[in-house]
Design a protein around this ligand. Structure first.
Ligand code: FES
Length: 145
């Protein structure tokens, strides 16, 4: 049911934990499954993501997608990180079963929420970023397969 990459990131999650005094922190959840994901970003003065960590209280796919998402945004600029969608995360994991697509949406939205927090703290506007919702599920946002 799950790809090897999903199992790998679930069994050995990368970048699990938190960042003290993070540049941005974003927490999102899905009220239906009750899963919660929190992303921490450390962003330098050039707008480059130096570090990214996550904490996920959720299913295995949520752990795997958060882990992969942290790897994908590390080293990227804020603008580049915005292009990391749930589709990008799923592709990097070689796919997810359809019932688990919403887990990857949590990863995308948690990054957006952390970027939003960073923008608010620094009084800047990030082109293309809108205020993230706290409750994420497919009905509100069409998943891209
Ligand atoms: Fe809801 Fe995975 S079952 S995040």
């Amino acid at each position: 049911m799950y790809t090897e990459k999903v199992m790998d990131h679930f069994s050995n999650p990368r970048n699990m934990g938190e960042i003290e005094n993070a540049s941005g922190v974003g927490t999102v959840g899905n009220a239906k499954c009750g899963d919660i994901m929190r992303m921490y970003l450390d962003i330098d003065e050039n707008g480059v993501i130096k570090d990214c960590k996550f904490k996920t209280f959720g299913c295995g796919a949520a752990v795997a997608t958060s882990s992969m998402a942290t790897e994908l945004v590390k080293g990227k600029t804020v603008q580049e990180a915005l292009q990391v969608t749930n589709k990008t995360v799923m592709e990097a994991l070689d796919g997810l079963p359809p019932v688990k697509v919403h887990c990857s949406l949590l990863a995308e939205e948690a990054i957006h929420a952390a970027l939003w927090d960073y923008a608010e703290k620094n009084n800047i506007k990030i082109e293309g970023l809108s205020k993230p919702k706290e409750d994420i599920h497919e009905e509100e946002k069409e998943p891209e397969y």
